[in-house]
Design a protein around this ligand. Sequence first.
Ligand code: ING
Length: 334
Amino acid sequence: MRKVVVGAAQMGPNQKTDTREAIVTRMVALLDQATDGGADLVVYPELALTTFFPRWYHEDRAAADGWFETEVPNAATQPLFDRGKERNVAISFGYAEKTPEGRHFNTSILVDKDGTIVGKYRKVHLPGHVEYEPESSHQRLEKRYFEPGDIGFPAWRTMGGIFGMAICNDRRWPETYRVLGLQAVEMVLIGYNTPSQNQRPGTEGADKRLFHHRLSVQAGAYQNSTWAVAVAKAGVEDGHHLIGGTLIVNPHGEIVAEAKTERDELLIHECDLDETAFGKATIFDFGRHRRVEHYGLIASQGPAIPPPEAAESESVLDRSFDELKHGYSHTLGV
Ligand code: ING
């Protein structure tokens, strides 16, 4: 048994006017509640220190820099680091990172029980757009304010297991979990801020969003035989609603805990990392079952490319094995 007691610390809304200090005070209260409940690890949401500011358009991109941290820990977050060390608990949280070179990332870190930052992840899959979309009722400007992550999907050994991180939109992409799965990951920590309104009203509401959220996290956990802890910032921020649905999913893809509110809410669950072993040794024994020679398109092709229109007389049997083997992009010479 390699038990890690996880505290999934869902946060309610952060308003534009909330100070970092006031937000960190809430985070410390959640940490206290978690450690009172025996937690070894507390997981917080994406962009935990601010409102979800990519909903706001700034013509001058530098005007958004106030939402970014130039270093962590810093004065605002030191109380959280101090409390974690004092209470001997690991923490993970997301924030907007501005590097000394002036680059901008949507970042999360993993801090071990003695306050050392043992892992950093920068969000790879950035949804939305760069420019203001006048036709959209809601702006999604992550591509304006952040660069795609430049450190891939690393996994780290800590707390007696193998941990990885992902952020929000990443959880919708199977590649995220598989790259971590190929590092034998045993627990994936995922913070998210997911709006319930779409840019084009009426296409899908909170219920569909929650369904896709659960589906994505459960699938990723099951298909890589790993625990997954997905933690929301939820509720109405500056008039804009974010879904809740904080989840802990076991390596069999089962939801073992789920938040009921859209406020600060803590889930606690005792996770046995050894529960990942069965799937990794049987149905998802990657070494025994995966056939990488057929997966080339996944890492070599960005967009979907449909097969060519078949000529009248042509049958698939007329295509060379080479064409079939390499997929249609080879045929199209792209
Ligand atoms: N938010 C959303 C997410 O992927 C989104 C963006 C919402 C995409 C709904 C698709 C549908 O959960 C972030 N921050 O990535």
